[in-house]
Design a protein around this ligand. Structure first.
Ligand SMILES: Cc1cc2nc3c(=O)[nH]c(=O)nc-3n(C[C@H](O)[C@H](O)[C@H](O)COP(=O)(O)O)c2cc1C
Length: 219
C-alpha cells in the first residue's frame, strides 16, 4: 500500500500553525508550552564483566522518552551477550575514548534527527567514521515498505549519512503519546495526525532485540 509521504514542509506548516496558536493562547507562558512533562534519562553501565573485551557506547537523543527505552533495551541485549555497554544521553556530550564501537539513536522531529544528535556527529565525525558505528532512528510516519516511504525515511537521515557514509542503519517505529508532549509539540502532532497515522506505541521490541543481535558481527 502506498502511504502519503510526510515531508519537512508538512511539519513546518504544522509548526507555524502551532506557534501561532500557542502565542495566542499562552501569551507570556509561551516558554512553558515548549516544556515536555518530565521523564527519566538513562545514564548507566551494563554488563561490566565484559567477556568480549569490548566496550560499547550507546548514545541517544530524545524529546519525549521513547528513544531512551529503546537505547536501554539495545544495551541490555548487548550486555547479556557479554559486551560492556554504557548508555548515555548525547546531550552529555560523551567522550568516545575507550570505546570499541558506538551505537547512536535519535528521534525524528520535523523531518530530521534532533539537533544535538547531529551536532554530536559533526563534532565526532572522524572518530565515528573510524569506529564501527551504527545508527538507529525513531519515527512515526513514512513507515511503509513502498518506495515513497523508504525515500522519505532516507531523507530523515540524509545529513547524518553525508557525515557518516558507511554506518550501519536501522529505522524503528516509535511512540506518540500526547500525554508525554509539551503543549506546543501536541499542537504540531495533532496538526499532522491522519487516520493512518494515529498516536500510539508502535515500538516493535522483537525487531529491536533482533537488530541488536544482528549487529554483533559489526561490533
Ligand atoms: C512535534 C513532533 C514532530 C514529529 N516529527 C516527525 C517526523 O517528521 N517524522 C516522523 O516520522 N515522526 C515524527 N514524529 C514522531 C516521533 O519521531 C516519535 O514520536 C518518536 O518516537 C519520538 O521519540 P522520543 O519519544 O524519544 O522523543 C514527531 C513527533 C512530534 C511530537
Amino acid at each position: 500500500m502506498t502511504q502519503r509521504k510526510f515531508t519537512r514542509r508538512d511539519f513546518l506548516r504544522a509548526a507555524g500553525i502551532a506557534l501561532g496558536a500557542s502565542a495566542l493562547t499562552c501569551g507570556g507562558l509561551g516558554y512553558l508550552a515548549t516544556l515536555p512533562p518530565e521523564f527519566e534519562m538513562i545514564d548507566t553501565t551494563l554488563g561490566e564483566q565484559n567477556i568480549m573485551d569490548k566496550k560499547i557506547l550507546i548514545t541517544y537523543a530524545t524529546r519525549a522518552g521513547s528513544t531512551v527505552e529503546i537505547a536501554a533495551i539495545i544495551g541490555e541485549t548487548l550486555s547479556k551477550h557479554g559486551f560492556a555497554v554504557d548508555v548515555k544521553p548525547v546531550s552529555e556530550n560523551p567522550s568516545l575514548d575507550g570505546y570499541q564501537a558506538v551505537l547512536m539513536g535519535s528521534a525524528i522531529r520535523m523531518g530530521s534527527w534532533l539537533p544535538e544528535a547531529v551536532d554530536f556527529v559533526r563534532k565526532n565525525q572522524s572518530a565515528l567514521n573510524q569506529l564501527p558505528t551504527s545508527i538507529f532512528t525513531l519515527h512515526m510516519l513514512n513507515s511503509g515498505d513502498d518506495e515513497t516511504s523508504r525515500a522519505a525515511r532516507q531523507a530523515y537521515i540524509a545529513p547524518v549519512r553525508e557525515l557518516l557514509p558507511s554506518v550501519n542503519e536501522v529505522f524503528f517505529r516509535g511512540k506518540l503519546d500526547y500525554k508525554t508532549l509539551s503543549f506546543f509539540d501536541r499542537l504540531i502532532a495533532k496538526a499532522v495526525e491522519t487516520p493512518d497515522n494515529p498516536p500510539g506505541d508502535f515500538r516493535d521490541w522483537d525487531k529491536i532485540r533482533d537488530w541488536s543481535q544482528s549487529i554483533f558481527p559489526v561490533l
